[in-house]
Ligand binder design. Structure first.
Ligand SMILES: Cc1cc2nc3c(=O)[nH]c(=O)nc-3n(C[C@H](O)[C@H](O)[C@H](O)COP(=O)(O)OP(=O)(O)OC[C@H]3O[C@@H](n4cnc5c(N)ncnc54)[C@H](O)[C@@H]3O)c2cc1C
Length: 447
């Protein structure tokens, strides 16, 4: 396909959950009709949004104990949007492929954690009315294997809600695209189309791809870690680098009925080890993800090794930031242990100690390293402060937006699309409208 003469109002680069959520929002809630999306692979959601590459959790902030109440409030508002979308789509998904619902809890083990969780509960209980505090006996009724084989003197406490959404984010990408095409069948969607180069020319961007050139007044880059590489090629985000944190999983038979999270270390921007039922097979429990730095922008893709360093930057500043971050005592110990989890034979024997904090009686023979499973989280390094930034990053420039999306980027995809749509309409000018009221009526219903 030669796209030399194609010209659009908006071009979205990246067909993961962030790019497709934006396609959906623009198509259904704005009067912009001339929209294109390109994706370098043969399908949507094959990278971090693939169900096998992430933890499949709709994060609300209720059981993620490294979130402050402010962060939880923000994440909840955006997760509520995805929840409302999923509930609305239930009737179009009779086979239940888009999501499953399980109970979810965060488990405190030992007197220190128990005291901390008790203290945490009041403001979080107010923000999440369905969240309840449960004692040992009730924990055992809901998740018998948490008590089986545990020292009876060990103190336990949990925060529990019945509304744990496990989502197939790849299927969500497809659902967004289908519902975009229903509204606007003239949308241009090109798979197997890779952005190679981008430049700004007067009132538009020229994007060179492997199949031709595309021009667009507004460009949104939703390419995960690659967004920063593309931003840098246009002079944006020069003070940022990426710490690419790969996450692996171990799987086993059903040992849990729902999601069980452990208490997180506040300093770490990655989820602590948790156990979750697999979205399409509740007979399988997944434990993870681990967190190990890799020098690739995309896991299992060696081509992205060179791209990683291009994005990292060659000066002394990013190196100093990386050294400062990784040699922080807590982070170093955490990363080193997580690195060991990947080593055959030895890794499983070490990892089981984490799993046994949740399921003490789990046997070594029940756990299996999930080979080839797990993506990578593009954590942002700020080279000015030499610190890791928590959560997603957005760079906004001259008619251009770049989204860089570590966890919980899939949970916040519609909130992100809401912000981007408002900005795109502002970029394009007075004749373009975003029907915010309709979007808010549909998705701003709190859980
Ligand atoms: C181990 C792990 C666990 C996680 N768990 C959760 C969780 O439980 N809940 C949650 O909310 N989030 C979770 N996340 C984060 C979540 O997976 C991501 O935030 C989310 O998938 C990001 O979506 P995206 O569309 O930005 O990126 P992606 O899904 O990676 O999509 C980016 C797309 O851009 C395309 N692309 C890249 N470069 C180009 C180019 N040059 N031209 C054309 N296309 C291009 C890619 O092919 C890809 O399809 C987890 C991540 C990991 C790694």
């Amino acid at each position: 396909m030669n796209q030399t003469d194609e010209k659009y109002e908006v071009l979205i680069v990246g067909g993961g959950v962030v790019g497709t959520a934006l396609l959906y929002t623009l198509s259904n809630y704005s009067n912009i009709r001339n929209i294109c999306l390109i994706e370098k692979y043969s399908d949507f959601g094959l990278v971090n949004s693939a169900s096998y590459n992430n933890s499949q959790t709709l994060h609300f902030g209720d059981i993620e104990t490294n979130y402050t109440i402010e962060k939880a409030r923000k994440v909840k508002a955006m997760a509520d949007m995805v929840m409302n979308y999923l509930e609305r789509e239930k009737s179009n998904d009779p086979a239940g492929k888009l999501f499953s619902k399980f109970s979810k809890m965060v488990l405190a083990v030992g007197s220190e954690q128990v005291a901390g969780l008790r203290k945490r509960y009041p403001p979080f209980g107010e923000l999440f009315p369905k969240l309840k505090i449960i004692e040992k006996e009730e924990i055992g009724t809901i998740e018998p294997r948490i008590l089986e084989g545990r020292n009876p003197d060990q103190e336990l406490l949990a925060l529990l809600t019945e509304d744990g959404y496990t989502v197939d984010f790849k299927k969500l990408c497809h659902s967004f695209v289908d519902n975009s095409l229903k509204k606007n069948p003239l949308l241009s969607i090109h798979l197997n189309t890779r952005l190679l180069k981008v430049s700004k020319e007067e009132d538009h961007y020229k994007v060179v791809t492997n199949t031709g050139e595309i021009r667009a007044k507004v460009l949104v880059i939703a390419a995960g870690g690659h967004s920063l590489m593309i931003a840098k090629s246009l002079g944006y985000g020069k003070n940022l680098s990426i710490l690419s944190m790969a996450g692996s999983f171990y799987t086993g038979p059903k040992v849990l009925n729902g999601k069980v999270y452990t208490i997180q270390q506040p300093k770490l921007p990655f989820a602590a080890i948790h156990g979750d039922p697999e979205v399409h097979n509740a007979e399988v429990t997944r434990f993870g993800p681990t967190a190990m730095p890799i020098f690739q922008l995309e896991r299992h893709n060696w081509r992205s090794f060179g791209e990683y360093w291009k994005t990292f930057g060659l000066g002394i500043k990013p190196v100093l930031s990386l050294v400062k971050i990784l040699f922080d005592r807590t982070i170093f110990a955490y990363v080193f242990t997580n690195f060991l989890y990947e080593i055959p034979y030895f890794g499983k024997r070490l990892f089981i100690r984490e799993v046994r904090k949740i399921v003490p009686s789990v046997r070594l023979s029940e756990l299996r390293f999930a080979k080839g499973i797990g993506g990578t989280r593009p954590q942002i390094i700020n080279n000015t402060t030499k610190k890791l930034e928590l959560g997603e990053a957005k760079l906004t420039g001259d008619n251009i937006i770049f989204n860089i999306t570590p966890s919980p980027g899939a949970s916040t995809c519609l909130g992100n699309a809401y912000t981007d749509t408002a900005k795109i309409v502002e970029f394009l000018g007075a004749e373009y409208k975003f029907d915010k009221e309709a979007f808010e009526n549909d998705f701003f219903k709190p859980s």
